[in-house]
Every structure is written in C-alpha cells, then in structure tokens.
Design a protein around this ligand. Structure first.
Ligand code: C2E
Ligand code: CA
Ligand code: CA
Ligand code: CA
Length: 275
C-alpha cells in the first residue's frame, strides 16, 4: 500500500528506515539510469475549452527501470534536485520535448516542467536558447511550467530570467498556482502568460464551495493581469462544465486524455494516444 504525505516522493513502507533505503536506492540508481537511457516522456493533451481543440501537450517524465518497472517522477525528481542530477535530466527533457514537438501538429506547443533548481542554474537561458536553435522549433511552441517556489528564491534574478525567456518568444506558465506563496505582489514583476490552477482545487470544486471560489478568483486574477487560465487534473465532465462557467480557457486531465507515449496516428502523423 502507498503511504501518502511523507515528503514529495511516494513511499512504499511507512517506517522511516525503508524511506531512507528507498531514497538511497533512487540516488544510487539515477546516474546509471540516465546513462542507460531509462527515461522517456509521456504527453498529456491540453484543450481549449470553448472549441475542444487540442492546443498543446504537457511532457511528463517517466523512468522505466529494467527490474522495478515504471517509477513515477514524484519518487525521483526531489532526489535528482538534491544530488544535482536534475541538471542533465532537465536538459534531456527539454531537448527531447523540443525534438518531439517537430512531430506534433504545427499549431501545438509542448509544455515542459522546469525544476526550481534547474531554473536557477547559471546558464539556464543559454541552454534553452541552444536547444531551440538545435531543434529548430519556433520559440512560441515551447511553454515552460514553473512553480511559484522557483520564482521566489531570488525574485530579481527570476524576474530577469523570465524577461529573457519571454523576450525570446517562449511561453511561461505558473504551475500549481494557489498552493505556494500567498504574496501576490511578485506577479506584477514577472513576465508570464498563464496561471495553472492546481489539481487540488479542481478536484474539490464540486463538493467544496471554497475551492470553487478559489478557482473563480484565479480566473479573475488572470483576466486582470491579461494572462490565460489553465486547469489541471480535470477528471469529470461536471468539473469541465464548472470550469467553463468560471471562465477558465484551457483544461487538462484524465477526462480529456491521460499522459501517453507518442505513437503513429492513422493519418501518418505522430500524435499521443488518447487515454
Ligand atoms: P505536475 O506538473 O503538477 O503534473 C501533473 C500531474 O498530475 C502528473 O503526474 C499527471 O500525470 C497527473 N495528472 C494529470 N491529469 C490528472 C487527472 O485528471 N487526475 C489525477 N489524479 N492526476 C492527473 P506525474 O506525471 O506523476 O508528475 C508528477 C509531478 O512530477 C509533476 O506534477 C511535476 O511536478 C513533476 N514532473 C513530471 N515530469 C517532470 C519533468 O520532466 N521535469 C520536472 N522537473 N518535473 C517533472
Ligand atoms: Ca506541470
Ligand atoms: Ca500540480
Ligand atoms: Ca508540480
């Protein structure tokens, strides 16, 4: 059984000894896994609510271990951040997503999760710039998903980096919005294009009016700032209806499509499998 709530990575045994063992195992295996090419990206569609059109795909990393099977990112990203492995892994994710974007319909973007640690590394902007050049994708087809915590460590520097990235034409979304800092003043200083409403609000909005109020407030805030709103973790038609009524423009979740590897579609195009 999965114990929940201990740290960021899922834990298979509640005793701390096992937790430490598992962490140790992940740490020792990450390096060899990266060299061996165990990692893969799955893609989950993001849809424009009014039209139902797929506008982009979020890239989600998967680790396929030869003996232990698929290990979810929640179990290794934080370890990769602590050990520094997030730098090569994060760069690999960016390059792979931009390469894959060339196989997707031209009007679709790829959204890539950027760890706060990766965001703050010395040459982050240079790396992104290089990958865009190498792969030849239009910068507007790349969206970076950054959490509030990534931006709050060193606000001036973060504002500077965001300015450079958006000046290049890259799109920026604030991920897990509403779960982090309550101080909204930083929003004024930062250049970004989207607020991404965290799944915790979406999953509760049917039963808890406070969550619905939070969703409406985020949509209102987005409007006032001139950015778009996307909701993640949409699992039911009712949630989609409520989000639409609240004025949310883009949706993503199991109801519309699960994360899946790229496959060859009927028309010869390579598109992610639906569900
Ligand atoms: P996230 O960025 O908030 O991504 C959304 C997570 O919710 C994903 O889990 C996705 O598979 C899952 N999800 C999508 N739709 C639904 C739904 O309708 N219901 C439910 N219950 N879940 C849904 P996943 O793939 O396990 O990723 C977990 C977290 O790991 C991500 O949270 C993100 O923070 C991190 N992550 C994933 N890929 C990468 C990566 O390439 N780089 C970095 N730095 N972090 C990553
Ligand atoms: Ca994300
Ligand atoms: Ca989330
Ligand atoms: Ca997250």
């Amino acid at each position: 059984a999965r114990a929940s709530g201990i740290g960021d990575w899922a834990v298979f045994q509640p005793e701390m000894g096992r937790v430490a063992d598992h962490r140790q195992w992940v740490e020792s295996e990450l390096h060899v896994a990266f060299e061996r090419g165990d990692f893969d990206l799955h893609y989950q569609p993001q849809l424009d609510l009014p039209t139902g059109r797929v506008v982009g795909y979020e890239a989600l990393i998967r680790w396929h271990h030869p003996e232990r099977g698929t290990i979810p990112p929640g179990e290794f990203i934080s370890v990769a951040e602590e050990t520094g492995m997030i730098a090569p892994i994060g760069e690999w994710v960016l390059r792979k997503a931009c390469t894959d974007a060339r196989l997707l319909p031209e009007d679709c973007f790829v959204a890539v999760n950027i760890s706060p640690v990766q965001f703050m590394t010395r040459d982050f902007v240079g790396i992104v710039e290089r990958i865009i050049k190498e792969t030849g994708i239009a910068p507007k087809r790349l969206e970076l998903e950054l959490t509030e915590s990534a931006m709050m460590q060193d606000r001036d520097r973060a504002a500077q980096i965001l300015k450079q990235l958006t000046a290049m034409g890259i799109s920026v979304a604030v991920d897990d919005f509403g779960t982090g800092y309550s101080n909204l003043a930083y929003l004024i200083d930062f250049s970004f294009h989207k607020l991404k409403i965290d799944r915790s609000f979406v999953s509760r909005m049917e039963t808890d009016s406070n969550s619905g109020a939070v969703v409406s407030t985020i949509v209102g805030l987005s409007r006032a700032l001139g950015v778009r709103t996307i909701a993640e973790g949409v699992e039911t038609e009712n949630q989609a209806t409520l989000l639409r009524a609240a004025g949310c423009q883009v949706v993503q979740g199991y109801f519309f499509g699960r994360p899946a590897p790229l496959v060859l579609g009927d028309a010869g195009l390579v598109v992610p499998a639906d569900r």
